[in-house]
Ligand binder design. Structure first.
Ligand SMILES: O=P(O)(O)OC[C@H]1O[C@](O)(COP(=O)(O)O)[C@@H](O)[C@@H]1O
Length: 339
């Protein structure tokens, strides 16, 4: 692909990947993108704006978490037995409220809710969200994130929500993304036409295009896995880790999925959360952690696998289903699978 002379612009690979200058405000970017699609109703655009707005509120809470009594455990556990952090609960409330008010979403699947939440029966979209991922890092001021997947409902708007609306394969996503609350706050998302990253400018309260048309290097030298659980890894995983060490790869593991994924997206690398004795199905949840990152990885030229199958082809059987997760640079994931 021949990059345009002025690198400030992302050159269009397909007509649907649109050229927009770095610094374009998110709102403008979404509008320009929508204009590419004659029949676009604007509801998906508004939904993306609602998510961006809620993330600004959550970002403000995260940034001042140390000052207000929002640190630490909420004293409750979520449906998969994770100790809920106060910020988890708050983030869940913020996103649920924003999506309820917006009106585009008929049902919400959240890590923090046992079953899905009916929002607006007339809504055309279903959203699966991990409001605050990596929450065990909140108290120690390590980067955390929000992960979201957007699907079009299958049943007719206005009708009661059906299981087919909720349990959709990752390949049915119409959009997906994450917000990284790190040294700077970034929103990275795809609507199936490439991946773009926006950096939040708090003094202006707006996201601006900073990483157009993100491409994941096909190869890398970074592997991200919690080797603390290595004793219970299956042999293929142990062999792949040894392969990484034999090739002098660098081990990097923040223990915050969005932060580890984002680094590998930019630099090349592989993130692995395999099956372990403690989590025989892996720890990460298919519907609101893995599907979104798999969609982004593939849209950026990377790959995502359960070790045996393409993540986006997995049929979810229940809301909080877990899966082993291998995601990152295409050749590294293929190599890991070969073991
Ligand atoms: O501590 P472990 O077992 O390595 O797990 C860390 C992983 O779990 C997560 O924290 C996900 O769990 P939460 O969504 O409950 O935070 C990921 O962000 C991270 O990559």
């Amino acid at each position: 692909m021949q990059r345009s002379i002025n690198n400030a612009y992302s050159t269009s690979i397909e007509t649907s990947r649109i050229a927009q200058p770095i610094g374009t405000a998110l709102d403008r970017f979404i509008k320009n993108h929508q204009d590419q699609f004659a029949f676009a109703s604007g509801e998906l655009s508004q939904l993306l704006r609602d998510i961006a707005l809620a993330s600004k509120v959550v970002n403000r809470e995260v940034n001042k978490a140390g000052l207000i009594d929002i640190m630490g455990a909420a004293g409750s556990t979520n449906n998969t037995g994770d100790q809920q952090q106060k910020l988890d609960v708050l983030a869940n409330i913020r996103f649920t409220r924003a999506l309820m008010k917006g009106g585009e979403v008929c049902a919400l699947v959240s890590e923090e809710s046992e079953s899905y939440v009916d929002l607006n029966n007339e809504g055309k979209y279903v959203i699966a969200i991990d409001p605050l991922d990596g929450s065990s890092n909140i108290d120690v001021n390590v980067s955390i994130g929000t992960i979201f997947s957007i699907y079009r409902r299958k049943s007719i708007a206005g009708m009661p929500i059906q299981e087919e609306d909720i349990l959709q394969k990752g390949s049915d996503q119409v959009a997906a993304g994450y917000i990284l609350y790190g040294s700077s706050t970034m929103l990275v998302y795809t609507t199936g036409h490439g991946v773009n990253g926006f950096t939040y400018e708090p003094s202006l309260g707006e996201y601006f295009l900073s990483h157009p048309d993100m491409q994941m290097p096909a190869d890398g030298k970074i592997y991200s896995i919690n080797e603390g659980s290595a004793n219970s890894f299956e042999k293929p995983v142990k062999d792949y880790i040894q392969h990484c060490k034999d090739n002098n790869y660098t081990a990097r593991y923040i223990g915050s999925l969005v932060a580890d994924f984002h680094r590998n997206l930019l630099k090349g690398g592989i993130y692995i959360y395999p099956a372990t004795a403690k989590d025989p199905q892996g720890k990460l949840r298919l519907m609101y952690e893995c599907n979104a990152l798999a969609f982004i990885a593939e849209q950026a030229g990377g790959k995502a696998s359960s070790g045996k199958a393409r993540i986006l082809d997995l049929e979810p059987r229940h809301l909080h289903e877990r899966t082993p997760f291998y995601v990152g640079s295409k050749n590294m994931v293929t190599k890991a699978e070969s073991f």
